[in-house]
Ligand binder design. Structure first.
Ligand code: F6P
Length: 341
């Protein structure tokens, strides 16, 4: 069996741990051969490959990023893209493909499956917004980094009696903001799922100052004020139609400063949340996903994705993962609200 492996979309701590799990078990237990595809779906599209065997995966478990490279190439949007990729996969003698990615990468995997190609999906995103799995690897690392940043912001905010705003990633889902804000004791958490009321935010900020604490606001990049719109960096779209977000933190700082008279500053964590070494939790989850993905190949469970349910790794149809986004339920947000203000 000749198995292709690719990583697509935004990178994520733990990708290398998945690749290592796949290759180690595949070679040692089943004698499979592997082909690494470079830069997401660009690899199959242009026939860009790299050698992938046990020597290539040695020492990569704690390393961030992906040894295969990644991109947001969307085969479905390229004229004849799916057909070109299929032809290259056939020419290279690929019997099965393991696609490690988020909603977009796995959406392309679903289309390839519908064309009859043998694909297994592995869920990846720091945003934790993929359906069908309780958690994605990378999320725990992103939350740990954001929590550490919030802890640091608390002490400097208090020294200067300032409002400090921490903008975290999360385009449509506020999981990183919710978890890091809760773990870091934020004064307010603003997420894309719930439009925020500026008067309410101002009242939370003022009540925090009354208690002699400096307010920390954690805001997801996709959060929006009531009746407002997402704030974007510029108008360019990637091949999956996503705009570049960022700016809500600065906008919010201006608003609260104008309305409370207290100085407000913003820290945008950006790609710091995505880079670097995965936490132990993410290393274990990613490794288990890798090991189970190769079992799915052996069982010919084509069109499925490995997923975490409780503490078990299960298989779910790829469509389940890509159909709808897993957003923060209102009950989870209401829990966090007990600490606002
Ligand atoms: O896909 C995860 C994500 O981290 C989003 O939260 C964020 O909007 C996006 O990636 C940023 O991606 P890029 O690195 O392409 O700007």
């Amino acid at each position: 069996m000749r198995v292709g492996v690719l990583t697509g979309g935004g990178d994520c701590p733990g990708l290398n741990a998945v690749i290592r799990g796949v290759v180690r078990r595949g070679v040692q237990e089943y004698g499979y051969e592997f082909v690494g595809f470079r830069d997401g779906w660009k690899g199959p599209l242009e026939g860009l490959t790299m050698e992938l065997g046990i020597p290539q995966v040695r020492g990569i478990l704690p390393r961030g990023g992906t040894i295969l490279g990644s991109s947001r190439t969307n085969l479905v949007k390229i004229d004849g893209g799916i057909e070109r990729a299929e032809e290259n996969l056939r020419k290279l003698g690929i019997d099965a493909l393991i696609a490690i990615g988020g909603e977009d990468t796995l959406g392309v995997a679903t289309t390839l499956t519908e064309h009859g190609f043998h694909v297994i999906g592995v869920p990846k995103t720091i945003d934790n917004d993929l359906s069908g799995t309780d958690y994605t690897f990378g999320f725990d690392t992103a939350v740990s980094i954001a929590t550490e940043a919030i802890d640091r912001l608390h002490t400097t905010a208090e020294s200067h009696h300032r409002i400090l705003i921490c903008e975290v990633m999360g385009r449509h889902a506020g999981w990183i903001a919710l978890h890091s804000g809760m773990a870091g004791g934020a004064n307010a958490i603003l997420i894309p799922e719930v439009e925020f009321d500026m008067d309410e935010v101002v009242s939370w900020v003022e009540s925090r100052f009354k208690a002699s604490y400096a307010p920390i606001i954690v805001v997801a990049e996709g959060a929006m004020p009531k009746g407002g719109e997402m704030i974007t960096k510029d108008a360019t779209l990637d091949s999956f139609g996503h705009v570049k977000l960022s700016g809500i933190g600065e906008w919010l700082a201006q608003q609260v400063e104008d309305r409370t008279g207290h100085e407000a500053r913003t820290t945008v964590l950006g790609h710091i949340q995505r880079g670097g070494s995965p936490t132990a939790f993410d290393r274990v989850l990613a490794t288990r996903f890798g090991l189970n993905a190769i079992e799915a190949v052996k069982d010919e469970a084509w069109g499925t994705m490995v997923a975490l349910k409780g503490t078990d790794i299960v298989r779910v149809p790829l469509q389940e993962a890509t159909g709808t986004l897993k957003t923060v339920p209102i009950e989870r947000y209401d829990e966090a609200k007990s600490f606002f203000g």
